[in-house]
Design a protein around this ligand. Structure first.
Ligand SMILES: Cc1cc2nc3c(=O)[nH]c(=O)nc-3n(C[C@H](O)[C@H](O)[C@H](O)COP(=O)(O)OP(=O)(O)OC[C@H]3O[C@@H](n4cnc5c(N)ncnc54)[C@H](O)[C@@H]3O)c2cc1C
Length: 381
């Protein structure tokens, strides 16, 4: 059993790390402060293939494996967690379902430009009254001739501000219940009746363009139904399995970034005549932070490895997401403690990590929902 990255993945890590430190990190605090969507950073990531890491090269993707994807999201999130989730949503929640369930025409039209990063995608499942209980969505889709007419509103849509198209879930047969009554649609922002609501003002990941998306009698061509009528809930859950690996990687990046910054600061900050890194209290914090981050990395790699080996990975993805997100919060909390008062000041980076870490326990299934998924898996059989 080899727990180290092979040479190919190590090289990928080094390249993305250099890119992230040189091209992304210098702008991260600016985007956090201004809350602007980081179009320029997204464009640079697209040039490296990071908008479609796992997508087929015939459709604009980089054709790499899930482990490469994890490495990429970790390295980017280490310096800019908002950008980490922007990439993760485009890769896992937009491109993946189109590649897996799309027709040839859908892949040519919607996978290729989005995986290449010429366009940006988003994922619309959550509604004001349907979050964890996604099966209770109310957005409706009614077939009229050769078009579906959609009505409803989706909230908290990551990338929503910038999205050229969204993968959206709607009820096509309310009487059939969630398992059979939901279908998936690809909707372009230029379709009539599609509009953006108020952008959300958030605690962290401030530049990820979260917004409400409203559909008012929005006509969607029949050929934009993704994966067959009534297949939507299955597609949503399967998509989230992969998405959770991306969020675990984002959380891992936040943890590693906060740890690195705390280690560096502890060697520079002198109190009582010596660097605080020589105080055992600080050393123990750093030791716990490093140990937990390492464990989160192993779990996240394991989930990616299971996916790459075509094994079932629902359980591994949930465990990795649950653990890594809680680790990111604990590590960012301790990083502030290591920085003392400066950790609380926006000029120093760790308060951004602390704010950014919080969301990883909430989206793509809260920690409570992950525990439900894990328990259901270990209790069945
Ligand atoms: C910044 C941000 C970005 C997001 N991006 C997207 C996106 O791009 N696309 C998208 O579709 N959604 C997105 N979401 C939505 C996100 O996935 C939901 O917020 C999340 O799933 C939780 O739903 P909720 O907010 O309605 O909370 P609720 O479901 O109302 O949960 C409230 C609390 O109750 C707990 N709870 C609920 N049900 C149970 C249960 N059965 N057992 C135990 N505890 C339970 C929850 O764990 C939580 O603690 C985003 C959210 C945010 C904040």
């Amino acid at each position: 059993m080899n727990l180290e990255l092979d040479e190919e993945h190590q090289m990928l890590r080094e390249n993305i790390r250099r890119f992230a430190e040189e091209e992304i990190e210098p702008k991260a605090a600016h985007y956090d402060r201004t809350r602007e969507f980081p179009y320029e950073s997204v464009k640079k990531c697209a040039e490296l293939g990071l908008m479609g890491v796992m997508a087929d090269p015939n459709y604009g993707g980089a054709g790499l494996d899930s482990l490469s994807y994890v490495v990429a999201i970790e390295e980017i999130s280490k310096v800019d967690a908002s950008l980490g989730v922007i990439l993760s949503v485009n890769n896992s929640l937009f491109c993946h379902p189109i590649e897996k369930y799309g027709t040839e025409d859908q892949k040519r039209k919607y996978l290729a430009p989005f995986a290449a990063g010429r366009k940006i995608g988003a994922y619309c499942l959550t509604e004001a009254n349907a979050g964890s209980d996604a099966g209770s969505i109310r957005t409706s889709a009614v077939l009229q001739g050769d078009r579906w007419i959609l009505n409803g509103a989706k909230v908290f849509v990551t990338n929503g501000i910038a999205a050229d198209a969204v993968v959206l879930y709607a009820k096509t047969d309310p009487a059939a219940g969630s398992a059979k009554g939901i279908s998936t649609f690809i909707i372009e922002r230029t379709f009539p009746g599609y509009s953006l609501g108020k952008p959300e003002t958030k605690m962290g990941i401030t530049s990820s363009g979260s917004v409400e998306i409203v559909l008012e009698n929005c006509p969607v061509p029949k050929e934009n139904l993704l994966g067959g009528e009534g297949q939507g809930f299955k597609i949503a859950l399967q998509t989230l399995d992969g998405g959770r690996i991306g969020i675990a990687a984002q959380a891992l990046g936040i943890a590693q970034g906060a740890l690195d910054k705390a280690v560096r600061y502890s060697k520079e900050r002198v109190q009582f005549g010596k660097p605080i890194s020589e105080q055992q209290a600080i050393q123990w914090m750093l030791a716990d932070m490093a140990t937990e981050t390492d464990a989160a990395r192993l779990m996240t790699y394991r989930a990616a490895y299971a996916k790459d080996n075509k094994e079932r990975y629902t359980l591994e993805a949930s465990m990795a997401k649950l653990f890594a997100s809680e680790v990111a919060n604990r590590v960012a909390y301790k990083a502030i403690q290591v920085f003392g008062g400066y950790g609380y000041i926006a000029e120093y980076p760790v308060e951004r990590y602390y704010r950014d870490a919080r969301i990883t326990e909430i989206y793509e299934g809260t920690s409570e929902i992950q525990r439900m998924v894990i328990a259901a898996n270990i209790l069945k059989g």
